[in-house]
Design a protein around this ligand. Sequence first.
Ligand SMILES: [Zn+2]
Length: 121
Amino acid sequence: MANFLFFACFFGGFLLFTLMRLVDLQPVGVDLALKWDDGAEHFVPLEALRRACPCASCAGETDVMGNVARGPETAFTEASFQIKHLQPVGGYAVQIFWKDGHGTGLYGLEYLRTIGEKNSQ
Ligand SMILES: [Zn+2]
């Protein structure tokens, strides 16, 4: 029984991360509304989303020695937390362009899902 449950969880998790699809994605006020094909819905505050930007200059790049090299600290303004437009990338990620001109962050669907579950209101 314990073994069965273990495998059920294992395959459940596997399916979630391979078959997961975004049904809908749109800015609603100060949130980004995410709708997934398993019925889950998340409203992620744009500020949290921007602060979680995965691009090299925001999140930093790790070199072979394990040092994290980051760009200069970003001075966020109101425009930093407003979306100019969204660009789906090949069905596995979404590129978000912010009104302050930043647009190098590629949010993978798994990453978006994680942010959604952490920040959902
Ligand atoms: Zn960034």
